[in-house]
Design a protein around this ligand. Structure first.
Ligand SMILES: *Cc1c(COP(=O)(O)O)cnc(C)c1O
Length: 371
């Protein structure tokens, strides 16, 4: 699905030198690399504060802790996403409330979001799934009406641009009260291990979160709040500093591959290609098609048999996962997610795909669906 070695090849000299430099510096934790990466990412995103942490799941958890959410508070998120989002809600003993998504963009359905709001609702977590932003203008409007926090899960969409109706542009993750991301190796900006970050323009929240990632300390050995230990290490930060200047080029390479796929499939009535909302760019963390009239699972297997990696993201809606079942959920409220789990297929998508590989993937798919 991804070609991490191919991407490394292009920056190998820089990376190898840097790794050696960090090793010899012995500043493995909270060294200057982490501080410099933080500043450079703030600059790239146009956000006041970036707080690096250990992974994207921690980032979500710490964001919710920082906002002071309390057990019993309801937090609304999408039914069709990676489980990390709902997991941290449950871990903090908040009440997850899952809502259906839109069939064309895979992102949170705004009508379903409105319907899910109760007096206990405290926050909304839009997930910018597969690389394009959810309808943030609508989310912000609802949040303002009901006095709710907005936490953007940007693990799959770092680098995407959102355009408001008045023409203002913002980077994904810098639109709500707080945004979170992951630097897991296969993400669009990936390190060589685990990593994550939290973004905010709110000075007070940034201060709270900076202590929370470090055992709740604002002064050494004085623990004012219950915190966690969640750090991005210097080696990962050093690698991310080399990759960050390439992020826009990485996104472009992904978009180019996506356009190539879309052109090849657009005339085919058995394949629905990704649709991009007009308020967002798409950085194609995943290139996900929907398969009609043909057995999706058989196509999945056929591609594997031909040596083509492909994934079903996601095979089970969160509301049906054993850990997250809730008597309040009604199947008719999750019509779209229940359909998508049987039709979606994510194709190889990374920065190193060449036309020969793309042609082989496309031909193999078309031969099967046109059979
Ligand atoms: C990857 C991912 C996460 C979790 O990130 P980790 O760094 O693996 O903890 C959270 N949310 C979404 C949508 C993701 O894709």
């Amino acid at each position: 699905m991804v070609d991490l070695l191919g991407q490394y090849d292009n920056i190998q000299e820089q990376v190898d030198l840097k790794i050696l430099e960090v090793v010899k510096s012995a500043a493995y934790i909270n060294g200057p690399e982490v501080h410099n990466f933080q500043k450079e990412l703030e600059n790239y995103l146009g956000v006041k504060h970036v707080i690096p942490c250990a992974n994207g799941t921690d980032a979500l958890q710490i964001a919710m802790m920082g906002l002071g959410l309390k057990p019993g508070d309801e937090v609304i998120t999408a039914d069709f996403t990676f489980a990390a989002t709902v997991e941290v809600i449950a871990l903090l003993q908040l009440t997850p409330v899952l809502v259906d998504v839109e069939k064309d963009t895979f992102n949170m359905n705004i009508k379903a979001l409105k319907k899910a709001i109760t007096p206990k609702t405290k926050a909304i977590v839009p997930v910018h799934l597969f690389g394009q932003c959810a309808n943030m203008e609508a989310v912000l409007e609802i949040a303002a009406t009901h006095d709710l926090f907005v936490i953007e899960d940007t693990a799959q969409a770092i680098g995407a641009d959102y355009t408001f109706k008045d023409g203002t542009k913002k980077k994904a993750g810098t639109i709500g009260n707080v945004g979170t991301t992951s630097f897991f190796p296969s993400k669009n900006l990936g390190c060589f291990g685990d990593g994550g970050a939290i973004f905010t323009n709110d000075d007070d929240l940034a201060h709270i979160i900076k202590g929370m990632v470090n055992h709740g300390m604002y002064k050494r050995y004085y623990h004012d709040v219950v915190g966690v230990n969640s750090r991005l290490d210097s080696l990962q930060a050093a690698i991310l500093r080399i990759k960050l200047p390439n992020l826009d080029a990485y996104c472009e390479a992904r978009k180019k591959a996506a356009t190539y796929y879309t052109n090849a499939f657009s005339e085919n009535s058995n394949i629905t290609t990704p649709i991009i909302s007009d308020f967002t760019t798409h950085v194609f963390h995943q290139y996900t098609i929907q398969i009609q009239h043909v057995d999706r699972n058989a196509l999945h297997q056929h591609l594997l048999d031909n040596g083509i990696p492909n994934g079903i993201y996601y095979p089970v809606p969160l509301h049906s996962q054993k850990a997250y079942v809730d008597a309040r959920y009604k199947e008719e409220d999750f019509k779209v997610t229940n359909e998508l789990i049987d039709t979606v297929l994510s194709l190889p998508m990374h920065t190193e795909l060449d036309t020969e590989q793309l042609d082989f993937i496309i031909t193999t798919i078309l031969n099967f669906v046109n059979k």
